[in-house]
Unconditional design. Structure first.
Length: 312
């Protein structure tokens, strides 16, 4: 009798496990077939795009649709701007360090004609265009447009991806404003009045300032993403249509370019050695730092792929 009861109990337990497993499979299959859309973004729901200085360009907020079956009706998605998203981003990432806070993109710098877009029936995506005018934006600040799904006509939205921060970053032909445009440097530094030249291998971070203007640190001054540092010791390079370079102070540093040197003629050029291609600056200038005048002769080179850059 005990043996029979044990067998009966085991059979019931096995049936319960099988039944639970079937229920889980059914729920999983329903989830797999469910059509859910999401705004496409990276970490922290940020979507970063680079925009060329000197012109109005178009960026897009995009959405993707998941699910194993095609939709049979369109999804009308309506967005709104939500400034609280920026506040929450700043609190989460920077707490009380207000110097690192991101900013809302000034309204004069962009246009959104319609805050709605459609994911057509049977399609897997849609997008909203944004016209961006980046001239005048600082490479040292982050600018966001905060957008949230206000409503949608059908199916479901992923609540964790129902909002995003569209980050506008600036660029030109010579640099991008993310701190990752790093030129290799070969330089010769000489104190005024001295015959001794210090050889300086190293690197320099370059930032875009205007359509044809970039910023670097003067001499061998170390870069820091601190406004006081580059206000004190940064210079700009204005590249003419003829690729002649004009060297100017960014803020406070005293600088004077030296023309007439055939080895360092203050020019920009594209160099191809048969294997690699480089963007190259040859610069020559005096600068004053802490009351001492120096002469700096420097070659700055950045390897790049012309075909890849054309596609960007």
């Amino acid at each position: 009798m005990k043996k029979f009861s044990y067998i009966k109990y085991s059979a019931l337990a096995a049936f319960a496990v099988i039944n639970l497993s079937c229920e889980r499979d059914e729920i999983f299959e329903r989830e797999q077939y469910k059509n859910v859309f999401a705004l496409i973004s990276e970490n922290d729901n940020v979507s970063s795009k680079f925009h060329d200085l000197g012109s109005e360009t178009i960026g897009y907020v995009a959405a993707s649709l998941g699910g194993t079956t095609p939709t049979n009706k369109p999804i009308e998605v309506n967005l709104i701007e939500d400034p609280t998203l920026i506040d929450e981003y700043n609190r989460t990432n920077f707490d009380v360090d207000h110097s690192k806070y991101v900013r809302p993109l000034p309204t004069s710098k962009y246009d959104i004609e319609k805050y709605s877009f459609t994911i057509p029936a049977g399609d897997i995506g849609g997008r909203l265009p944004i016209r961006i005018r980046p001239d005048g934006l600082s490479p040292d600040s982050s600018y966001f447009i905060p957008l949230r799904v206000e409503s949608h006509s059908s199916y479901e939205v992923n609540p964790e991806k129902s909002f995003l921060l569209y980050r506008v970053r600036i660029k030109n032909y010579w640099a991008r404003a993310d701190g990752n445009t790093i030129y290799s440097m070969r330089a010769r530094l000489r104190q005024d009045g001295s015959a001794f030249e210090l050889q300086l291998p190293g690197t320099k971070i370059m930032h875009p300032i205007g359509e044809r203007e970039v910023r670097i640190m003067v001499g061998n001054e170390a870069y820091s993403s601190n406004v006081n540092v580059f206000n004190r010791a940064a210079i700009t390079l204005l590249i003419g249509e003829d690729n002649k370079v004009t060297i100017r102070p960014y803020k406070d540093v005293e600088v004077q370019q030296i023309d007439g040197d055939s080895d360092y003629p203050n020019t920009f050029a594209i160099e191809d050695d048969g294997f690699k291609t480089y963007k190259t600056f040859l610069l020559n200038y005096y600068f004053r730092m802490d009351g001492v005048v120096y002469q700096m002769k420097e070659e700055l080179r950045l390897e790049f792929d012309p075909d890849e850059e054309t596609r960007l």
